[in-house]
Design a protein around this ligand. Structure first.
Ligand code: V47
Length: 433
């Protein structure tokens, strides 16, 4: 019997420009920004998907992850006015809200009732809430639901908290953020979500989210979190004023930041570290190159976090134009979303997980994306205010059975994970790792 080796695409319309990229992927080598541009330009989308699937299966076989979680947006009041954002309200504007600690505790109780293992907590940059609100929130949650992991606050919020707590120093962001994170960890913080990264590019920053922190600060916050032993995630909000090459540079910057994190926790990489072409000096990271896209690569585990944290997951977020200042833009197509997930898997060769966030991608597209590089679809979510895929509703819940069914139907084995990707053993609402 002969084994089928995916050294050549099996479909018609194969693009030979992908041959050198195919060879690199099969050898587990790092792709260049130019390779990324070829992957974006080709009409041979099936080969791009096939290559991403190969890497995804090397890392995770036929497992696909989901979790039982609750997203909590504690306030939509925000000092910023990012053009892509429909979520924020100014103080006094109709629809503004800020949740009380009692409301938040109630959410935690509902989380316990539904068997949730995670609360994902983010909000706007509230100009007046005191620093204590955030530590009280975490302490109250810790007390009410001691077993639920608290994944909370994006890098942007953490810099804002440093300002509120008056520990922010423009020329030394890290020390203020370290102070903030130490306080939040003591109150119960378990990891950082990946929001607020958008696209690391000065032009895009200026056009779409001018007053938000830039790449340099975002990366510094995650660096400090990793140094303190927290695992973090990251995102890429694309399909608005960004261009494909800017997305690729964003991926490159994240990839180098992960090289740095993995080196810190003991991965021995290729010491012939490189300076990436086209990346601004401020975002150049010199670290050994670490790749995980080979059959024999060992993915990082939570146990390694004792030596420092790392990026677990990249979640590409497709832009939702409705209600934002960029409403006139069309937003990315389904095909662009599929291609971007696949390219993300191929470029971010040192990231263990790629998430197709079903809330933004829709569950049917997330199913397809499991075949195109994604290995995770996020969780039950329940309430989500930042984007609304269908209609006006912030109640965006799916059941565990729906998630499992979607994964099984796509030909994968559903695996419930906790926030740190440990497999959950469950008996109803009782669970353990
Ligand atoms: O930070 C805002 C983005 C993010 C829009 O870490 C928009 O596991 C699309 O970060 N269209 C929040 N996106 C979501 C997020 C996230 C989601 C799921 C999992 C994880 C994780 C993180 O949503 C914001 C911003 O980048 N966003 N407005 C919009 N109109």
């Amino acid at each position: 019997m002969t084994t089928l080796q995916p050294t050549k695409p099996l479909h018609a319309h194969a693009d030979s420009a992908l041959d050198p990229i195919r060879a690199k992927v099969l050898a587990g080598e790092r792709l260049s920004l130019d390779d990324g541009a070829v992957l974006y330009a080709t009409n041979d989308i099936w080969s791009v998907i096939e290559l991403a699937d190969l890497v995804r299966r090397r890392m995770h076989g036929d497992k696909a992850y989901y979790n039982i979680n609750r997203h909590l947006n504690y306030s939509n009041v925000c000092a910023l006015s990012c053009k892509f954002c429909e979520f924020y309200r100014k103080r006094g504007e109709p629809g503004e809200y800020t949740r009380s600690i009692d409301y938040i505790k109630d959410e935690a109780r509902k989380g316990i009732e539904s068997g949730a293992t995670e609360m994902h907590i983010v909000g706007g940059l509230h100009p007046y809430l005191p620093f204590d609100y955030y530590t009280d929130m975490l302490s109250a949650l810790r007390e009410t639901a001691p077993d639920i992991h608290l994944k909370a606050f994006t890098a942007v919020e953490l810099v804002h908290l440093a300002r509120i707590a008056k520990v922010y120093k423009r020329d030394d962001i890290k020390s203020g953020v370290r102070w903030v994170l130490e306080k939040l960890i003591a109150a119960g913080l378990g990891s950082l979500p990946g929001g607020g990264a958008e696209v690391f590019d000065d032009r895009v920053h200026k056009e779409a989210f001018k007053n938000k922190i830039g790449a340099h600060e975002w990366l510094d916050v995650h660096l400090v979190a990793h140094e303190l032993g927290l695992n973090t995630n990251c995102t890429m909000l694309y399909g608005h004023v960004d261009k494909r090459d800017e997305r690729l540079r964003h991926m490159e910057i994240l990839r180098r930041s992960q090289d740095q994190a993995l080196a810190r926790i003991g991965y021995e990489g290729d010491p012939s570290a490189y300076i990436a072409e086209g990346i601004p000096e401020a975002q150049q990271i010199t670290a050994p190159v670490v790749t995980l896209n080979r059959d024999d690569a060992q993915l990082p585990t939570p146990a390694m976090s004792e030596r420092g944290g790392y990026y677990q997951t990249i979640t590409p977020l497709p832009f939702f134009p409705d209600g934002s200042d960029l409403e006139s833009l069309p937003g990315p197509s389904g095909l662009e979303n599929l291609r971007t997930i696949a390219i993300t898997r191929l470029m971010l060769d040192n990231f263990p997980h790629v998430k197709a966030f079903w809330i933004m991608q829709t569950l049917p597209m997330a199913q397809l994306m499991l075949e195109a590089g994604a290995d995770d679809i996020d969780g039950t979510v329940v309430w989500y205010d930042i984007t609304k895929a269908v209609g006006e509703h912030t109640h965006q819940e799916t059941t565990v059975l729906d998630l499992q069914k979607a994964i099984t139907e796509a030909g994968f084995v559903p695996v419930e994970r906790d926030t740190l990707y440990r497999e959950v053993v469950r008996n109803g609402n009782e669970w353990h790792i």
